[in-house]
Design a protein around this ligand. Structure first.
Ligand code: UTP
Length: 288
């Protein structure tokens, strides 16, 4: 049973500068919903109720977004705009939000470590909201089910990537124990193609046990001087059952400009109000 999800959101988002100079990357909109809200909705649909957001300087707007917008709600109510009112209220309905700050962005592992006291002594999920996954069954739900099916302590969302992309990801070495499910025996962060044990890349969804925290606390900075989450998970392999799970769904790397634009087009095309207008525009301007 996974009750809490951690959303690291303290990075600088340098790939989106200047947009992210004063605004968080996690608040960039996918059509009309911020990236981080997509992640929260996914967690909600997987039955998770406690959302722990790791923020930092300049990220206060994330807290405001998930708070009650009293004046706005009053205004929409007075105008009788019930659709928008419902949409605004849905943002924080049925879930609790908790915040902790990461004073310096010392890496993903360090961000997760900051959530230790809020997570407590239970397994939890980690969601990187710039990995947007469009799936029939929420990916976190797929992973929670896989953990139960394969008696795993740790689950990593994985995806097969082309050779030229291998050096951009954490890559697993594993033995297939079920359809699309691998028992992980090793993993390496951003390897060269020659050193990569496979093409199976770790994507931004994790199920982790609380025993990751002491390991993170003892983990020294690795690649790029940051405390890497993959290094800590690697240390768990000996004593815990770690699986990599090839999820069903389409993933967009919305942490890059190209992936972000692709995600926007794909989500706009799913929106009946936008699809035909967007398609007509792309055809008229000969973009397709
Ligand atoms: P990224 O690797 O995409 O880093 O982090 P970033 O800083 O956001 O973006 P770039 O690379 O400079 O463009 C993945 C997620 O982990 C969070 C980020 O906020 C993002 O949601 N993160 C990363 C932290 O919370 N703390 C960190 O120290 C690093």
């Amino acid at each position: 049973m996974i009750r809490k999800a951690v959303f690291p959101a303290a990075g600088f988002g340098t790939r989106f500068l200047p947009a992210t100079k004063a605004s968080p990357k996690e608040m960039l909109p996918l059509v009309d919903m911020p990236l981080i809200q997509h992640g929260v909705e996914e967690a909600k649909m997987a039955g998770i109720r406690g959302m722990i957001i790791v923020t930092g300087r300049g990220k206060n707007v994330i807290e405001d977004h998930f708070d009650v917008a009293f004046e706005l709600e009053m205004l929409l109510e007075r105008k009788g705009n019930s659709d928008l009112l419902e949409m605004v209220r849905k943002v924080n309905k049925g879930v609790d939000f908790f915040y902790v700050r990461q004073n310096l962005p010392l890496g993903l592992g360090h961000a997760v470590l900051r959530s230790k006291d809020l997570v407590g002594d239970e397994s939890f999920a980690v969601v990187l909201s710039d990995d947007v996954i469009d799936a029939k069954v929420p990916v976190l739900k797929q992973m929670i089910d896989a953990c139960a099916r394969y008696h795993a302590d740790v689950a990593l969302a994985i995806q097969r990537v082309p050779d030229e992309m291998v050096s951009k990801y954490g890559i697993i070495k594993g033995e297939e124990i079920g359809p699309g499910t691998y028992k992980v025996s090793d993993m390496v962060e951003k390897p060269s193609l020659e050193k990569a044990p496979s093409n199976l890349a770790i994507i931004g969804r994790y199920i982790l046990p609380p025993s990751i925290f002491p390991v993170l606390a003892a983990t020294r900075p690795g690649a790029a001087g940051e405390i890497q989450l993959t290094d800590a998970i690697r240390s768990l392999i000996e004593n815990k059952r770690v699986i990599g799970y090839e999820f069903e769904g389409t993933r967009y790397d919305a942490g890059t400009k190209l992936g972000f634009q692709m995600a926007n087009i794909a989500f706009a095309m799913k929106d009946p109000e936008l699809a035909s207008g967007l398609r007509a525009f792309l055809q008229k301007e000969k973009f397709t």
